[in-house]
Design a protein around this ligand. Structure first.
Ligand code: AMP
Ligand code: GLY
Length: 431
């Protein structure tokens, strides 16, 4: 397992519960992963270092968690050493690494997404903002750990974000605003065949009520009782399969997980973004419910054998993951704080902790080491119970200055999320 965070902790935990997986290693991992499996302090973004480790350990499969190693070509290097790898090539990972590339693929494949323009200077940016009108959506074209997007009704703020991207030598994508609830659907692909996991919802903003700046994700839950029937089938037929087919047609097949970030608007479903890896923290909620052994699924995706996979099995329980973040996240998080109360949480029933930015200090104590520190996952017969458990758990954890949202999955638990019926308006923006 390659990666340092909560997603990787969740994947390692699931792999360890797969009866066919005999041994798991993680690089670099974190303090929580280090309690479960051997960890290796290498640079996860260095193709040579990851390949050398995989060869030395004689692993059967390398699973790449984050986007940065994918964009750096780690999967290509491991594949070249003839070791099966779960994660797309550098070329295929451009679906995430370049928003402009993703838009081009979607246009080619006929995938519904927000109308967008690429801008590379202030004048083009101003024209595009005025073409779409408020609220404005301005996206850094490159990888920005979920933080490169500004959604605002303030034109000056939108322009300033574009300018900061230009100053850094980049381009921006400016889009029409998509209204409606968001869904994250992870779709496994072996380059040809696709297998969907259960949909989840993420909470991107730092504060309750979806206020404040975007983060990497402050919480997640699954399943989505409010989602329209047939949603997953529609995402497969209109989004995932056409995208995977287009990548194969171009000779750059995508093997790994295609993360479809969607908005369910009044005019129908639209792709907000693609990612080339599992989402964090959605994975923490989704894998808590997966009953099909994960190792076999990832291996089948890596080896081009997903058409041998039967329907996945899921726990009927709901899962809620609440992220605890450092003081000042997402700007300049304060780290190095002691984390207390972990054992108390792990003693609770139907609750577990997944570490993200944690490390051991010189005395062997667990301290915060990143913006997002950990997630507490609660399982319950419904969202309300899962929420109660997750919040009971996170309330026992003490990290000076830390913060977490109190409203993860709250609206869904109260039945307050609805999707506007799409229909006659569906074609309105196809002109
Ligand atoms: P992204 O990095 O593209 O996922 O964007 C981060 C977040 O910004 C998304 O999860 C949405 O909440 C918001 N966002 C991105 N694009 C749009 C859009 N076109 N309309 C409305 N919100 C958006
Ligand atoms: N949870 C959002 C992401 O992983 O990008």
């Amino acid at each position: 397992m390659i990666g340092p965070g909560g997603r990787e902790h969740a994947i390692v935990r699931s792999l360890l519960s797969d009866p066919n997986v005999s041994e798991v290693h993680c690089a670099p991992g974190n303090a929580g992963i280090g309690r479960l499996v051997p960890t290796h302090a290498i640079d996860a973004n260095d193709p040579g270092a990851v390949t050398a480790l995989a060869v030395r350990l004689a692993v059967d499969l390398v699973v790449i968690g984050p986007e940065a190693p994918l964009a750096a070509g780690v999967a290509d290097a491991v594949r070249a050493a003839r070791i099966p790898v779960f994660g797309p090539s550098k070329e295929a990972a451009r679906l995430e690494a370049s928003k402009a590339f993703a838009k081009a693929i979607m246009a080619e494949a006929g995938v519904p997404t927000a109308m967008a323009r690429v801008a590379s200077d202030a004048e083009q940016a101003a024209d595009a903002l005025d073409a779409f009108g408020a609220p404005y959506v301005v996206k850094d074209d490159g990888l920005a750990a979920g933080k490169g997007v500004v959604v605002t009704s303030d034109r000056a703020e939108a322009l300033a974000h574009a300018q900061s991207c230009f100053d850094a030598g980049g381009e921006v994508v400016i889009e029409e605003f998509l209204d409606g609830p968001e869904v994250s659907l992870f779709v496994l692909s072996d380059g040809r065949t696709v297998v969907p996991l259960a949909p989840a919802q993420d909470f991107k903003r730092i504060f309750d009520g979806d206020e404040g700046p975007n983060t990497g994700g402050m919480g997640a839950y699954s399943p989505l009782d409010w989602a329209p029937a047939g949603l997953v089938a529609e995402v497969i037929s209109r989004v995932a399969q056409p995208t995977i087919d287009e990548m194969a047609r171009r000779g750059t097949p995508f093997a790994g997980v295609l993360y479809c970030g969607l908005a369910l608007t009044g005019r129908g479903m639209r792709v907000i973004e693609f990612n080339a890896r599992f989402g964090d923290p959605e994975t923490q909620a989704v894998l808590a419910r997966l009953r099909t052994p994960l190792g076999g699924l990832l291996m089948a995706a890596a080896k081009g054998q997903l058409d041998d996979i039967d329907d996945l099995r899921w726990s009927p329980d709901a899962a809620v993951a609440v992220v605890l973040a450092s003081e000042n996240y997402p700007d300049a998080p304060r780290t190095g704080e002691r984390i207390r109360g972990l054992n108390k949480v792990n003693a609770l029933e139907s609750v577990h902790v997944l570490h993200a930015g944690t490390a051991l200090d010189d005395d062997g104590k667990i301290v915060s080491a990143g913006g997002r520190v950990l997630a507490v996952v609660g399982l319950g017969t419904d969202l309300e119970e899962a929420r109660e458990r997750a919040y009971e758990g996170i309330g026992l954890i003490k990290v000076d200055g830390s913060q977490y949202r109190r409203d993860i999955a709250a609206k869904a638990a109260r039945g307050e999320i609805s999707v506007a019926p799409a229909g006659i308006h569906e074609q309105a923006d196809r002109v």
